[in-house]
Every structure is written in C-alpha cells, then in structure tokens.
Design a protein around this ligand. Sequence first.
Ligand code: NA7
Length: 735
Amino acid sequence: MGHCFALVPLAGCIGQEDLWRLWRLACLDLYHVNWLRSIVARDGQRMLCWYEAPDAESVRFVLRQQGLAGAAVYSGRLADDTRNCAIGDAQVVVECRLDNAGDEAARALAQAAVVDALAAAGYPPGQVFTASGALVRLVAGDDAAGVSACLRNHDLAPGAVWYGRELDPRPPTLFEPAADTRTSPPGSDTLTLRSESRATGQQTADATCDAAIIGAGLSGICALERMLRMGLRVRLYEAGSDVGGVWHWNRYPGARIDSESYTYGFSFQRELLRDWQWRELFAAQPEMEQYLRFVVDRLGLRQHMRFDTRVASAHYDESAQCWRLQCADGEQVTARYLIAATGSLDAAQLPDYPGRDTFAGASCHTARWPAGGVDLAGRRVGVIGTGASGVQVIQAIASQVRQLTVFQRTPSYCIPQRNRSLTDADRLRIERDWDDILASCRASFAGFIHDFDPTPGLTLPRQAREDRFERLWQTPGFAFWLGNYGDLLMNDDVNEHACEFLRRKIRERVHDGETARRLLPDHPFGAKRVPLENGYYETYNRPNVRLVDLRETPIRQITPAGVLTTGEEHLLDVLIYATGFDAGTGALARIDVRGEGGQRLSERWREGPRTFLGLLVAGFPNLFIVNGPHNAAALCNAGRCIEQNVDWIAGCIEHLRERGCRSIAPSATAEAQWTRHVEDVADATVLSRMKHSWFYGGNTPGKPQRVGIYAGGARQFHEQCEAVAMAGYAGCILG
Ligand code: NA7
C-alpha cells in the first residue's frame, strides 16, 4: 500500500453528510482503498483527498464509482506528520503542476522553491505531497490571497490556490460510548436460584445455569465448547434428535457443503484436524454430520445437551437479569445468558399453493427430509425450486427416478464445484499448512480460501477479463464468485460480463436450445449465494428430465395427482419442495422470545431485522445471536465466521464478569446506526438489485424486503466487532 492524493473537481457544494455517504458507498474494504482525509474548498468547487491504496488506478476507480469523474489522482509521497494534524483546521491548498514529471532532481528543486518562498514570507510549515506531475502544499490558515501573491512574487505560478476546510470523510463512529454504565460489585454474577416462576406463580423445578444455548448445529457446538472452557455452567437444547443443525435436517440426496471441507471444521483444537480425515474436498451431508458427532463425542459435550427438546419461550426477567426458558416438554431453565444458535437457515418454508395437502403421493421439504429417506427409484418425481438445495437434489436423483420434472421460477447462475476425493497427500499438505490456511481464510473477504482481487476488472481489457474468468471457472469452489475481481459485486459492467460468460457456458452444456434459454438467469451474478454444481446442466440432457418454467406457466394448484400449472397437469408420485427458508430472523422469531417490558422479538423485527453487530438486540439484554441477521456469516464460510461470533461473545461475557456486570444490551442508537450501516453497505452492491432473495427476506411472503445479511464481508465485520470490544463495548449498556 502506498499513498495517493486526488484533486477532485466538484459540481456543487459538498457537505459533511455527502462526504459520509460517499465514504459508505465506497464500501472500501472491497477495493482495498483507505480514504484518509479530505479538504473541501469553501466555494465547493474542489476537494483534495488522500488515501492509502495499492495504486492510483484503484483510487480513480473508487472515485468513478462515486460519480466523481474528472479527478486527477497521483500516487505520491505524504509527509509523515500529515496524519497528525488536527481535523477541522482551516487550510490553504496550493496546487502546482510539474512539467518535469520524470525528473526527480527537478521535482525536488520545484518543491524547495515553493517551500522556501512560503517560509520566507513567514507562513508556517505545512504538509507537502509530491508526485510525478504534481505538488500540493498545505498552508495553515485562510490567507489564500496572500499565499497566491507570495508565490507569484517569486515567479512561481501555482495551478490553483484555494482556501478550504478539513472534513472527516469517515462517518461518525457507529458506536457511541455506553450511555448508562452501571457496575455491580465483582462476584455478583452468580444467579440467585428461584423456585417460583414469576410468570405463573407456580412452584417449578427450574434448572439454573450460566448460559443456555438453543441449537446443536455448528454454532451451538462451538458456543457450548467455548462456554464450558470458560468455566460456565451451560445447557444446550436441540429440537432434533442429534447434533448437526442444518447438517442434521438437510439430509436430502446430494446435500453437500460449499466451503472446502477442511476450511470449515473447528480450529480451536488442532487435534480435531489431525484425528479427522476429510474424505472429500466438499463433504456430503453424511460426512458433515459424522464430523460434528465426532467433535461432540471427542470433547464430551453430549452430557450438556438435551435432544428432541424444542424451546417454546424465552422471557427476560428484568429484576433478576436473567432469561427464563420454557421447553415444549415442560422443562424450564433459568440462565444469565441466552445464546441463540438457531441458525439463519432453519425455518423451512413451504409455498402456500391451493391444494397442497391434497397431494396423494409422498411430499417433503429438502430441509425436513425423513431420516429413513424417501423411495425415489423408478418413480415420477417433481422438484419445486432451483436454489442451492434444488440444484443439488436435482443433479443427484435424476439418474434414479423414472421421470424428473423441475419447476423453476428463477434460474440460478451455478458454477462448477469440481468436487473430488482427498488423497493422503492432500491431507498431509492440509495439516502442514494449517496455520497458513486459517490465516488466509481470516484475511479474506468471506472466510474462504478464495479472496477478491483488488485490481478492478473494469480497468482491464475485455479479453484479459475473459481469460481470468475461464481460469476461475476451472477452479474448484467459489473461486469464480469470491476469487474474482473486487468490483464484481459493485460494478454493473464487470458483473454483466461475468453473467454473459456464465450464460455462454450454460448454452454450451445444455443441448436443447429451448431448455438452455429457460436456464439463463437475467439478474446480476452474486446477488444470491451461488449454487455450486456437479453436472447440473448436463442433467437437462437426460431424456427423463423436463424443465417447467413457472414464469411462463405458473402453478395454479397442487392436485392429488401432481402439479397443475396454467399449461398442464404434471403427474407425480413424489413432490420435493426445495423452496428455501424464512431466513435470518425466521428461526428465532418462531420462538416466543420476550425482552424488557415483555416486548416480543418477532414484533420488534416485524419491519425487518434490527440488531447491533448482528449479535445483540436493544431491549433484549444478554441475548447473544450467533450467525443471525445482519451477520457476515451468510456470505461467509460459516465455520470461520461462527468461530469469530463465538469468540466475540465469549470475550463480552468475560468482560461482564470481570467488571461484575450482570447484563449487556446495545443502546437503541447504536442498534439504529448498525442497522443503517448494514443497509448502506448492501445498497452499494448488486445484492440490492435482487430483493426477492433470502438475503433480503423477499422470498418469504409477507416479510418486508430489508437486507438481512452483512454484505461488507467477514474481514470488515470482524474489525467492527473488535472495535466495539476494544472500546469497552461502546454502544452498549452494561448493567
Ligand atoms: P433458496 O436459495 O431460497 O432457493 C429456493 C428456491 O425455491 C428458489 O429457486 C425459489 O425461486 C424457489 N421457490 C420458493 N418459493 C417458491 C414458490 N412458491 N414457487 C416456486 N418456486 C419457489 O433456498 P435453498 O434451500 O436452495 O438454498 C438456501 C441456502 O442454503 C443457499 O443460499 C446456500 O447457502 C445453502 P425464486 O428464486 O424465489 O424465484
């Protein structure tokens, strides 16, 4: 990274709010450009900005993205003390063009001449930027006319001299200091046992613990291990009959992970990696479930878990500052901390088609696949939905069934997963390079081994992009998505080029022209989580597979014999719903969670999720959400992001205990700021152009279309979380 400065002509006055908006839109993490400072001319005609950036082209690109074309951007040197001059200083900006661009000695002379002339006239020393072609000198104060006259008297003709004010381009910190920090004496964390339920007045046999966890998926297991390691008494409740979460419920044929398996597993114990032999580069559901069982048994976690136990309600008791949980089977527990590890993709949803329950054959949702399986061999099977689950089940079962009818509403851009078995040599390499693998995941945009290239694709010739696309397309996993150009998710031209490339691939692979046409998406690539496929498109070349485009012939109703569209009735023995989830808020909102004043979480989220860091909710003290709404985990390699979430929660609880505090909740202001930030970031990306996806909740009838994920990436999310923790949980109220 070097320093760059930009002289930006402005069309009109630019204020502090405008600057903040530009900063937000820049979504800087994606470009690896760090906007440091700005001086804006009093007449609003000009701005000087300086940046840390890989090169001047990256800065030009960011400025173009913000509609600030015409800026002169230089890669140059910045005096060391520039960062230290006070924000808000009045400054005269002297711009000099240097004709002798390539000549270092001549440049030094020109710089010395300007500096000496100003010093001789008594102007204080100030910052100087030099670059090939330009020199900028800052002079404290507002005497633009005097500075200009001084330079002319020395036969130095500046390009421009103007007076401006320094404005901070960074939006105000998201996290105001804690408004109300009350502390209790150390050691007061121990819960007072109560034998009387406040809600009912009945005598109860409450269990009491420090932390209650809901869910035994990856998040719940990770949280349980961590809380136990901290010495807390913990209980975990799981509605399913065993551990696994999504890997327990989504046991449909073909279910498979989209992260490289070895990057997804837990990192907190090296022995887990050593003693677990990943079989495939991208593990299938049975292997994932076995892995999680292996971890739980190895660490002796089962004794803290209750299976087949659905938590029906969780109410916050304000006077005791604890959560009271009621399970559907009558069990009750009281806990200081409630950790919702309910997952963002748990609440499976069935479409509300008329006649749905009249179907005479077997039907099921991919995420509630019967443990004993479904008999598909030789039968007429229909699949509704072509997201990641639909794609996987379709390509897996096509060869087993007599007739497969796929009901597609929106085609997906699927990219080849290129799965393969792992060899002993692979496993040795993984173990050897484990620390580096983890470090590169941590440093990447989304916790994968793939990371965006900071070079803007827009700046490259079309053929260079094309060649790069082909290489990425040949690479396993999400390389084409998350290892692509950094502007792929921001720039329409680059995105459309990627779309064209992928549509061409589909046409090449699907023999029937009409079927291929129906499989071509027309939305921006990457606006939804991208399905990975293993032979999906070739499936449509099979004579027993038929694609029904629901945009041409929508479903009218489900009949006892099958699916009736406006075109015809499709006769079926089995109907599979791969129709997705009430994502993000769905799982938690289905539990009767009530916070301060008895307010319901489902009610609070009625207009869309509101959270602080995707981890806390105002008015719901000590409720910690792992991998929930507004979290980076939805775009992320879940294993890596979940560990980050749990680390943060553990650190927060440590902080509370050390300070003798009993509760933490974000202030309403901090929550509103984070929610706004999440929406701003998403608005700057192509995600905002496909609001009917689960990223925006638009796939769930009746749910407002508000972004439910953090699109700024795992790295940026992590930094924000750390900043809050480092500032003593700024933005939160500790009680
Ligand atoms: P998704 O990605 O939400 O996909 C659901 C699919 O079901 C999608 O193609 C939908 O079409 C379709 N759908 C939903 N409702 C209907 C109705 N009423 N009629 C017809 N088609 C419908 O869920 P997945 O389970 O595939 O994947 C979820 C995540 O799991 C995925 O992102 C990975 O992270 C793993 P639509 O696009 O809404 O037109």
